[in-house]
Design a protein around this ligand. Structure first.
Ligand code: AMP
Length: 214
């Protein structure tokens, strides 16, 4: 199964992508994580990427497309994947289309995660993530067992610098401007399925099966 998961920042895309990856045994490719890895490597490219992420802006297309293309080359595209955070604008959607066509495969679904702006701001400002293993927590709805430490690997949890309220609002504006138009593109192709970003965690697998398998 080849899936794109799409929705505003903080809609719950990452959580759903991980669940779907496990459910169907397919790799989850998360551009935000790949870009943060490049920042941590401290290369020139990583330093450039950092300035965009911190301002809540989209990282330039040529950088992101290059990173995704390299990652997809290492995967068996016939077996499937779930893309979380890519594409985020029309140029990226066209680049993805070309990569898939060159490999003789097609997208199966675009899963749109719907969430209200108030939910998003509340969720992101209380989000904490593990810099080591990528686990995600919410201080109110999914708190770690030990004060701000990761349940999985024991590392100290961090608030992402772009999860501050003023940056969140800017990320939402960019979503509306650049990312929402690609939803229209995929709606015209009949590939879009919708899932709520506001349901309890344990209900997500059944909801996913229902929208993707009917
Ligand atoms: P995310 O973790 O998906 O919310 O992404 C965090 C940040 O990484 C975004 O606000 C952008 O600065 C950058 N980013 C992630 N994916 C992309 C993409 N496909 N294109 C450009 N920038 C991206």
């Amino acid at each position: 199964m080849r899936i794109i998961i799409l929705g505003p920042p903080g809609s719950g895309k990452g959580t759903r992508a991980k669940i779907i990856g496990k459910l169907y045994g397919i790799p989850v490719i998360t551009t935000g994580d790949l870009l943060r890895e490049s920042v941590n490597q401290g290369t020139d490219q990583g330093r450039t990427v950092k300035t965009y992420i911190e301002r809540g802006e989209l990282v330039p297309d040529e950088i992101v497309i290059g990173i995704v293309e390299n990652k997809l080359k290492k995967e068996n595209l016939r077996k499937g994947f779930i893309l979380d955070g890519f594409p985020r604008n029309i140029t990226q959607a066209e680049a993805l289309d070309k990569i898939l066509r060159n490999n003789g495969v097609e997208l199966d679904f675009v899963l749109y995660v719907k969430a209200e702006p108030e939910t998003i701001v509340k969720r992101l400002s209380l989000r904490r993530s593990c810099p080591k293993c990528g686990a995600i927590y919410h201080l109110k709805d999914k708190p770690p067992k030990n004060d701000e430490m990761c349940d999985e690997c024991g590392s100290r949890l961090l608030q992402r610098s772009d999860d501050r309220e003023e940056v969140i609002l800017h990320r939402l504006e960019i979503y509306e401007e650049s990312t929402r138009p690609i939803l229209e593109l995929y709606l015209n192709q009949g590939k879009v399925r919708e899932i709520s970003g506001e349901m309890e965690m344990n209900k997500i697998p059944d909801a996913v099966r229902m929208v993707l398998e009917g």
